[in-house]
Design a protein around this ligand. Structure first.
Ligand SMILES: Cc1ncc(COP(=O)(O)O)c(C=O)c1O
Length: 316
C-alpha cells in the first residue's frame, strides 16, 4: 500500500537498509522500483544515516528506515535529508511498535509507517499488519486502496449513496476474526511490554559480565531511544564462535537463531537491487549476531536455563 500511495514507477529508487527482511524491499520492487541498499550502523544495526547523501540520485523517491530490534533509527537526520531532497519517509516499524525516539512514538515520523503483526512480533494475530498514515494528503487514497480500489469507506460513513470502483487497490483489510484476536492484545499492550522489558533487562544484567569477558557484546540502545523490547541478541566475536554456541545451546535443547542474510548479496538483491554502496558492516554483523529465545510468556525458569547454558559455553 505504501508503494501504491507513493505512486512509484518502474525505475524509481527507494533506499532501504541492506540488513532487513525482504518485505521491506519487496513492497517497492513489486511496483518496479529499485531498492538501493544502505549499510547499517555498527552500534544499533539500523540504516546508517550517514550513507544517505551518497545514495541519493535524481530517481530517489523514498527512504525506508527499519527500527531494528525496536531501537529507533536517527529520525532527525533522516527526516532532514528527506525534506531537503523532497523524498518520502516510510518507516518499517515491524519491530518498533511502542518504541520511542526523543520521546515520540515510532511510526509517527514517516509520511507512512508499516506495522507487522506476524507471529514473531510483540503483538500478533498470526499474519497481519497495519499502515500508519501520517501524511494527511495520503489518507483518502489509502482508504480506497485498502478496499480494492473502491470508495466503500465513504459509503459506510454516509458520504456517498453508493460505492464504486475509483482507483487501483486490493483486499488489504484484516479479517474480523484476526482483528478481534489482535485487539485483545492491544488492550493489554503495556502488560505485554512490561513483561518483555523484564525479560530483556534480565538478559542484559546477567549476560553483561559474560559478554565483556568473552569479546561479545549486547545490544546498544542510545539514551535518546526508548526501545520496544522486541528482541535480545548477542554479537559474537566470530561466525565460528556463533556456530559453536548455537550447537552448544542445541545440545541443551535451546533454540537460538541468527537473523537476516544481507539483502544486497542475495540472488534477489543482485537481480533487483540498484547500484548502492558497499555494505561491509551488514555483512560482518549478519555473520556474528545470535538472537536468544525471547517471548512474552517466557518463564523465569526457562530464561534461567538459557542464561546458565551461555555461562557454561566453553567455546570462547
Ligand atoms: C523489518 C521487517 N520488516 C517487515 C517484515 C514483514 O512483516 P510481515 O511478514 O508482517 O509482512 C518483517 C518480518 O518479520 C521484518 O522483520
Amino acid at each position: 500500500m505504501a508503494a501504491l500511495l507513493l505512486d512509484l514507477k518502474p525505475g524509481d529508487e527507494v533506499i532501504v537498509p541492506a540488513y532487513t527482511f525482504v518485505s521491506t524491499a519487496n513492497a517497492f520492487v513489486l511496483r518496479g522500483a529499485v531498492p538501493i541498499f544502505a549499510d547499517i550502523r555498527a552500534d544499533t544495526l539500523n540504516l546508517d544515516e550517514r550513507t544517505l547523501p551518497s545514495l541519493l540520485s535524481e530517481r530517489t523517491r523514498a527512504v525506508v528506515p527499519v527500527h531494528y530490534a525496536g531501537v529507533a533509527c536517527e529520525m532527525d537526520y533522516i527526516g532532514e535529508v528527506a525534506r531537503q531532497n523532497g523524498i518520502a519517509v516510510v518507516e518499517d516499524n515491524a519491530h518498533g511498535l511502542f518504541g520511542k525516539y526523543r520521546g515520540r512514538w515510532l511510526g509517527t515520523f514517516g509520511d507512512l509507517a508499516t506495522q507487522s503483526f506476524h507471529e514473531t512480533k510483540n503483538i500478533t494475530c498470526g499474519e497481519g499488519g497495519a499502515l500508519l498514515v501520517n501524511n494527511p494528503s495520503l489518507l483518502e487514497r489509502a482508504e480506497i486502496i485498502r478496499q480494492k480500489g473502491t470508495n466503500r469507506a465513504r459509503f459506510f460513513r454516509g458520504e456517498v449513496d453508493k460505492y464504486s470502483w475509483v482507483d487501483v487497490g486490493s483486499s488489504y483489510v484484516m479479517s474480523d476474526v484476526l482483528a478481534a484476536f489482535l485487539y485483545g492484545q492491544l488492550e493489554c499492550w503495556s502488560a505485554i511490554q512490561n513483561r518483555r522489558r523484564a525479560i530483556w533487562e534480565r538478559y542484559a544484567r546477567e549476560l553483561a559480565g559474560w559478554a565483556s569477558a568473552n569479546g561479545a557484546r549486547l545490544p546498544v540502545v542510545p539514551t535518546h531511544c526508548e526501545q520496544a523490547w522486541h528482541m535480545f541478541y548477542l554479537i559474537l566475536p566470530s561466525e565460528g564462535i556463533r556456530r559453536a554456541l548455537i550447537s552448544h545451546l542445541k545440545i541443551k535443547r535451546i533454540l537460538a537463531v541468527f537473523h537476516y542474510q544481507p539483502l544486497h548479496l542475495s540472488e534477489y538483491g543482485r537481480r533487483y537491487g540498484g547500484k548502492g554502496g558497499d555494505c561491509p558492516v551488514a555483512e560482518d554483523l549478519s555473520d556474528r549476531i545470535l538472537r536468544l529465545p525471547f517471548f512474552t510468556t517466557m518463564s523465569v525458569n526457562e530464561q534461567e536455563r538459557v542464561i546458565e547454558a551461555i555461562h557454561s559455553f566453553p567455546g570462547i
